[in-house]
Design a protein around this ligand. Sequence first.
Ligand SMILES: [Zn+2]
Length: 79
Amino acid sequence: MADEHLHPHRGWALIRDDGKFTPDEVEHLQKCSQCHNWLTKFTALARESGFRITFKIPAGPPPKKNGGAGSTNQGSEVA
Ligand SMILES: [Zn+2]
């Protein structure tokens, strides 16, 4: 399984060493909003601190439409 979360160490190494994502990492970032979120923040902070970031973070997963107007009733346990 290539579904492991990215390690912060890895994110830092990418920034420090001007690295590139592996295909597996790109794939993971495209579907894991958790990793996508922290890496985006991490990279933004690093950039503000003067690091030259040359890699591009792939587009993350589409935001979950959670909640809404309450019209989606998922209480299927009561038949
Ligand atoms: Zn992840």
